[in-house]
Design a protein around this ligand. Structure first.
Ligand code: PLP
Length: 395
């Protein structure tokens, strides 16, 4: 068989790491690899009740096609509740329901990027976004980060010299993979730079409400005077990812284009899922639900950090996120974490090697640990197993 694939399909390569990480799904593995929310937090009974009711009482609509923009009451609730919490005054007209924030990233790529246009992101950044943008053959530039997020002076250097920049992609809250949060000052500055250089900022915030200090910073979108910021939010991490319901908030004229794009891609997001999420939010207390999730994740983060401090060699560097799902670990320069993963799997423990999160640099001595999906006993045991592998490099 000889299939004449497109250039882009031909350019896709199987990832060795992805193949290895499939092993981490085996039940005996203590996996810190995925970015999964804890499934024991899903409100299963409540969602089962609502699903039954929505289908029985409203099935002729809930199982039918619907408008591409999404279910209006859900759009109104998102505008009024979720966006207000982030300091954004908006209305249903500026909200598009999408099938996971991942679809938002795909649509933004299609909306803005022509071949060789520059896309700027944090370095390291979320691999799923980089891969979505790569489908449009951009020139990806990674901006280094410090404890306050993307270093804005470095960003401005690129904006001042590269006239082909079309998009700045950022995850300002408890970033994937580092857990780092962008400071208030930098959020304001980034919104200003977007206007100054007339470049769209995609603000991807799946973790913003997973905040252990209850000190939610205003979103970049809240400082956006001229409509250059597109905000992407999702129910994946604050409720459950399986419904695939998320949203984009953008100025009306941009949203109309995104809606046309979405229509071509999948017509609409699931009518049924949208209604289930809407009725859940209306009948139950989602704020209390998010607080419960945060209590659990804070406990797990503490167990992981305490275990790292007790068992890892002293000069291993880690981030200490006050929200989200991930800790980012820097090991000695000579340690290749892809090789370390192979050894870790023989001890039935897994993590993600850091290399794939970097845009260009070949950095092999980082790894990402997820603390949300394993229970406390497994977290401690898994960290002990990884530390056994590390000690031999540090003595
Ligand atoms: C930064 C970031 N953006 C987007 C996504 C995709 O989330 P969703 O389930 O809403 O598609 C993830 C998933 O882990 C993520 O970490």
């Amino acid at each position: 068989m000889e299939i004449k694939y497109s250039k882009i399909a031909n350019s896709l390569k199987a990832s060795e790491i992805r193949e290895i990480l499939k092993l981490s799904e085996m039940p005996q593995i203590i996996s810190f690899a995925g970015g999964m929310p804890a499934s024991e937090t899903f409100p299963i009974k409540e969602l089962a009740k609502i699903s039954k009711k929505v289908i029985e009482e409203d099935g002729n609509i809930a199982l039918q096609y619907t408008a591409t923009e999404g279910y209006t009451p859900l759009r109104e609730t998102i505008a009024k509740e979720r966006m207000t919490k982030l300091g954004v005054k908006t209305s249903a007209e500026e909200i598009l329901i999408i099938s996971g924030s991942q679809q938002g990233l795909d649509l933004i790529g299609r909306l803005l990027i022509d071949e060789n246009d520059t896309v700027i992101c944090e370095n390291p950044s979320y691999l799923g976004a980089l891969n979505a943008f790569r489908l449009n053959n951009p020139n990806l530039i990674g901006i280094p980060m410090d404890k306050d997020g993307m270093i804005i002076e470095e960003l401005e250097k690129v904006l001042a010299t590269d006239t082909t920049v079309k998009l700045i992609y950022t995850i300002p809250d408890f970033q994937n993979p580092t857990g780092v949060t962008m400071s208030l000052e930098r959020r304001k500055r980034l919104a200003e730079l977007a206007t100054k250089y007339k470049v769209i900022v995609a603000e991807d915030s799946p973790y913003g409400e997973l905040n252990f200090n209850k000190r939610t910073l205003p979103s970049i979108k809240s400082f956006d005077r001229d409509g250059y910021v597109i905000f992407i939010g999702t129910f994946s991490k604050i409720l459950c990812p399986g419904n695939r319901i998320a949203w984009m908030c953008a100025k009306k004229e941009i949203l109309e284009k995104l809606t046309q794009m979405k229509q071509a891609v999948d017509l609409q997001s699931s009518t049924l899922s949208q209604r289930i999420i809407y009725f859940y939010i209306n009948k139950y207390d989602i704020e209390a639900h998010i607080e419960n999730i945060n209590t659990l994740y804070l406990k797990r983060r503490d167990v992981m950090i305490n275990a790292i401090e007790s068992f890892f060699p002293k000069d291993v560097g880690i981030t200490r996120p006050s929200g989200g799902l991930f800790i980012w670990v820097e090991l000695k320069q000579e340690i290749d974490t892809a090789e370390l993963l192979k050894k870790a799997l023989t001890l039935n423990v897994a993590f993600v090697p850091g290399k794939a999160f970097f845009v260009d640099a070949d950095k092999r001595n980082f790894l990402r640990l997820n603390y949300s999906s394993m229970n406390e006993l497994k977290i401690e045991e898994g960290i002990k197993r990884i530390s056994k592998l590390l000690t031999k490099y540090y003595n």
